[in-house]
Write a protein that binds this ligand. Structure first.
Ligand SMILES: [Zn+2]
Length: 80
């Protein structure tokens, strides 16, 4: 089973892939309408909003948490 490199979501069905393209390493939630991958800042913003809403926490804390989570994923790991 593949996991989205940009958000960590398991990709179980072809419907989880952008434009139903199973050669992609990221899910449809991490893709633009044209199938290209979103940037770190776009995902960071999305995940921050999601966290603030889901856990009813302060935006600043959600932003920090989102950053830590995203940075652990293969797409956003720091490169050396
Ligand atoms: Zn994703």
């Amino acid at each position: 089973m593949k996991m989205c490199i940009a958000c960590g979501m398991p990709m179980m069905a072809i419907a989880d892939y952008p434009l139903l393209d199973m050669s992609k390493r990221y899910c449809k939630h991490c893709a633009h309408k044209d199938g290209t991958m979103k940037t770190f800042n776009e995902k960071w913003h999305e995940v921050t909003l999601q966290y603030a809403k889901n856990y009813n926490i302060d935006n600043a804390i959600a932003k920090q948490t989102a950053y830590i989570i995203l940075k652990k994923l293969p797409a956003w790991k720091p490169r050396y």
